[in-house]
Design a protein around this ligand. Structure first.
Ligand SMILES: Cc1cc2nc3c(=O)[nH]c(=O)nc-3n(C[C@H](O)[C@H](O)[C@H](O)COP(=O)(O)O)c2cc1C
Length: 376
């Protein structure tokens, strides 16, 4: 029997997974807007997706410090209260036999002074604003380039957040190095025009990512550390002149220095927010060939289930599902049994209450005949 395939077991760090269907990190903005503490809704949401056990869940992007971004409703992992809130989430997931990593987030320039303590100016690699407005319709501000001595504080914040994550019961942390947030703002050539050791050459632009990985590994161990990367993304206005070379170098350094990371997670260039798998002239093969260990692939697989099954069988990769895991709390079961999927509702992706969060039915629930007055 092949050891590859979506429903073959695999080891991640110290955890044996029963299958390779992963909950992708998904921002849902339902934490307390002031304290950024996760609540009972989170316990229920992640508990539902822990299913019958044996799966890997990655949380929504989670702020490493008050300065990390602070979108209203995004959770944090810097305060005692937040750690206590997350403890209930990790317990619910562990009680059902699944594994959970928290995604560590600093948005850099992708925020606004109004959301930061003391209305501080957002920070980034360089003083270059994102073009246009954000999803809330607010025009982006010009950020302040981090001073070189502030970069070590930033790295420390990732390490502290990782330590807090372990205290909160997480099985590991995924460093968010993707989608145009601060680490990616350093990596991409159009958002980094620094002239110090963190800008210019590929070695310099990838230095922050690699130093964050070093610091987190030192704090919690390689088996509890992972990173997510997205070569070719233009989200948040990032663009790189030589993606294959840039991320090829970065992945090679990870392979050389940290071959025992829990996993490497990358996003397919074909990913699009439109309701299709999308298409791209690029793919992840170049990086996948460099990385020799556990690999998670994401992007458009919910719109291409046959492609997901085939890809997992061919490569042994885990596949992270985003939008269809929002709508199908029992997604691994449905995929294994080849059952139809619930559609997702884009209008309830972000914010608000339980609607579109914890009220999507499992397949079994969709089969229960509605209770009528006569039988009730
Ligand atoms: C509502 C929503 C929120 C997302 N939030 C995050 C996030 O917090 N961190 C992250 O790395 N990616 C985030 N993504 C990207 C997803 O993790 C995933 O890469 C993307 O949705 C592609 O997978 P899919 O085609 O299966 O949906 C988000 C996507 C959606 C739709």
């Amino acid at each position: 029997m092949s050891s590859k395939g979506l429903f073959q077991p695999i080891r991640i760090g110290n955890h044996e997974l029963k299958h390779r269907v992963v909950l992708a990190p998904l921002t849902r903005l339902r934490a307390d807007p002031e304290t950024h503490v996760p609540n009972e809704k989170h316990v229920q949401y992640y508990g539902q997706r822990a299913g019958n056990g044996g799966g890997l869940l990655i949380t929504e992007a989670t702020n490493i410090s008050p300065m990390a971004g602070n979108y209203p409703g995004a959770p944090g992992i810097w305060s005692k209260e937040q750690i206590e809130g997350w403890k209930k989430v990790t317990k619910a997931v562990h009680d059902r036999g699944s594994t959970i990593f928290v995604q560590l987030w600093h948005v850099g320039r992708a925020t606004h002074a109004v959301w930061l303590p003391n209305n501080a100016q957002p920070v980034s690699a360089s003083a270059i604003a994102i073009n246009g407005s954000d999803t809330f319709g607010i025009a982006h501000e010009v950020p302040r380039a981090l001073e070189i001595n502030e970069i070590s504080d930033l790295i420390n914040d990732y390490a502290k957040a990782a330590k807090n994550a372990i205290e909160a019961g997480f099985d590991g942390v995924e460093i968010h190095g993707a989608n145009g947030y601060i680490i990616d703002q350093f990596i991409n050539s159009n958002s980094n025009q620094r002239t110090d050791r963190y800008g210019g050459s590929i070695e310099n632009r990838t230095r922050l990512a690699l130093e964050v990985v070093d610091a987190v590994v030192k704090t919690v161990g390689a088996d509890k550390t992972a990173i997510r990367l997205s070569p070719f993304t233009h989200f948040q206005d990032v663009d790189d002149a030589t993606p294959n070379d840039t991320w090829g170098y970065l992945v090679q350094q990870l392979q050389n220095n940290h071959p025992d990371l829990a996993y490497l997670h990358m996003i397919e260039p074909r990913f699009t927010f439109e309701d299709s798998a999308g298409a791209s002239e690029h793919n992840l093969d170049h990086f996948r060939n460099i990385w020799k260990s556990v690999f998670i692939n994401a992007g458009g697989f919910g719109h291409d289930l046959a492609g997901a099954i085939e890809h997992a069988e061919k490569t042994g990769d885990l596949i992270a599902f985003g939008r269809y895991y929002i709508a199908n709390p029992d997604l691994p079961y449905r995929l294994q049994q080849q059952l139809p999927l619930n559609a997702y509702n884009r209008a309830t992706f972000y914010g608000a209450g339980p609607e579109g969060y914890t009220d999507y039915p499992t397949y079994e629930e969709t089969q229960i005949a509605p209770v009528t007055a006569a039988t009730a």
